[in-house]
Design a protein around this ligand. Sequence first.
Ligand SMILES: [Zn+2]
Length: 583
Amino acid sequence: MSAGEPGLPGLAGPGRASTGAASTGAASTGAASTGAASTGAASTGAASGGKVEIYDTTLRDGSQQVGLDLTVADKLHVAVALDALGVDVVEGGWPGSNPKDAEFFARAADLPWRHAKLAAFGATRPPRRSTDDDPNLLALLAARTPIVTLVGKAWTLHVDEALRTTREENLAMVAESVRFMAAEGRRVVFDAEHFFDGYRADRGYALAVLAAAAEAGADTLALCDTNGGTLPDEAARILAEVDAVTRARIGVHFHNDSACAVANSVVAVAGGALHVQGAANGYGERCGNADLFSVIASLELKRGHELLPPGRLAALASTARTIADLANLPLASRQPYVGSSAFTTKAGLHASAIARRPDAYSHVDPGLVGNEARVLVSELAGRSNVLAKAAELGLDLSGDPALASTILDQIKDAEHRGYAFEAADASFELLVRRTAGVLPAWFELEGYRVVIERAAAEDRSEAIVRLLLGEHRVVAVGEGVGPVHALDQALRRGLAELYPALASIALVDYKVRILDGRAAASAVTRVMLTSADHDGEWTTVGVSDDIVTASWEALADGIVYGLLRAGAAPLASPELTASGAPV
Ligand SMILES: [Zn+2]
């Protein structure tokens, strides 16, 4: 059967308001409470404006990403980070699907929630079953969250082929499951799965599914683009058509398979959606979910929405990095708003113009999202570029043309030998500071030795590093899976006692490139090494005809730069050079 056309009672009539009242009334008896604000906002209808609710699904849908595996402890940390940022809802997982999520909900109750409400996710009851003894629904109740998000089928193809039940039975599954949760005092968000595909295939049935959920007491109807194929103009059109026939709060949930998840979300809010689902850093299966951070930044900075508590937008970049750290995935440097390259300009001829008018070269002030503008240095760039870059580092070279020329000559010479400062901003800064005589010393290298051993099909390296720390001579030994790892371990061990800040600095990336392929084994090797602390990452470069020497140079510079960032107290004698590397 193809159920109904627009104008069904639950969508067009006053049914929305009355079901809202019912779920509020039930709240007093339930373990959980429904926010009064939610029913208030819903009853005003989507098109009449109001606060847009930010609903994060990193811990459920985002965790479907290949390679993203969060422990319960990780999930709790992510939840705390999202709450501190100020999202409205944190969807914690699917308690009926696995014990890990059930444990998360048991422990999440003890978190010091400041702003966000917790949601548990689950499916409507199976065909031909009762709601009362459905273990999935009971697990949702046991999670004791104020919000329960129920997903139901909105596409006839899925009702026919995936559920293999009748369309009437699917409507009953939606209505009974929503009613069951609302009667228990939960605020119910209904996720209409494959809504946009369903709407294209059978508009009447897709709307009937929404009507069934709204009549049964769903507070928010989230239109899901589960396959992620919808484009912005179509998203806007369908949302407007749904909005015209419903008084419920409309939400959206977009996947990024057409690279439009953020655009669709922004367009949907412009069209009246009052609830946006997405995931931190756009995590999610296939091409990911809508990147919630880009959605928030675009709507706050360009559409005047107040989505996060006052002042919290400036925590966006650090939150993105924190969650990437917890997910053990590198934060994409090109990620809009929060990536390390999001406001980085490869200067060329207009470096001085960038220094004069940074606002002319970025779409928003990077400081508003906690990021910063950077200017890249390259061989092509001239004097003004170097001066601009130095000024960015707080070094004014304009009054010392001789020093500026010396630095420029050194850069040109180094780049000729294979150094690439464009991507190694930290090495550039160290070069400028060394040449200008304003780089303190934290250690001096006396020498190192590396032994590479292959035993029982296992590579093992041992490094001995001899350091001078002022008066003291330190000999440290490190073991690792390769020579560079062993050197890193030895260097850290030698410095650990004097510089505890090193404990929070980690190596995150190591790239080797042979610069002259023709010379084969004797070719020049360039090593790019990225280190990170909690506040960000930096890249250093080393060049040599020996890969271990090149690695050591990048490694030592990475440590020196980390100590500089951390404000570690240097040794007394400033004339020591940190890595002994050529500049
Ligand atoms: Zn999804």
